[in-house]
Design a protein around this ligand. Sequence first.
Ligand code: GDP
Length: 172
Amino acid sequence: MDPAGLTLKLLLVGDSAVGKSSLLRRFTDGAFEPSLKPTIGVDFRVKKMVVDGRAVQLAIWDTAGQERFRTLTPSYYRGAQGVVLVYDVTRKDTFTGLESWLKELEIYTSKSNTVKMLVGNKTDKPDREVERKEGLQFARKRSLLFIETSAKTQDGVQHAFEELVRKILQTP
Ligand code: GDP
């Protein structure tokens, strides 16, 4: 048996500046930097966690700024058990852009049981453009897990990854 336990590949996907790198940083380091530099080169971070008594090691990939074109290389998606699809609740365009990301996910993850979670980030900001209810409805329609987060205050962040991993562990 692998002494490190099960390793899962997770991906962060979504428009530029929605907070993907900040969520990753918050989850793996417990930190938030308001002036985080744009991701250069493919980046992934490893995090161990125990979910429902099972030790798992997560390799969480961040998009390297390629997401500007709303498309990523096929190798990014390969072997991913889980995808975190992020939008910014204060920018409606990042919510309407979700359709385009879901099309991309259909192309690259259709042959696998990849679990998808929709995350509405930046709930700490007052200038909201997407209500929680809209996010929830969208997620239900598309059979996605759903949670709102703030990488800044850490609200929902741990819970989001835990729920995603829990669902992956339950998926045959
Ligand atoms: P990425 O391009 O999707 O990786 O987005 P970043 O993580 O680089 O974040 C873009 C900007 O939004 C940065 O200035 C972050 O500090 C800021 N940001 C990210 N998450 C939050 C959040 O939850 N709340 C607030 N207020 N700002 C955030």
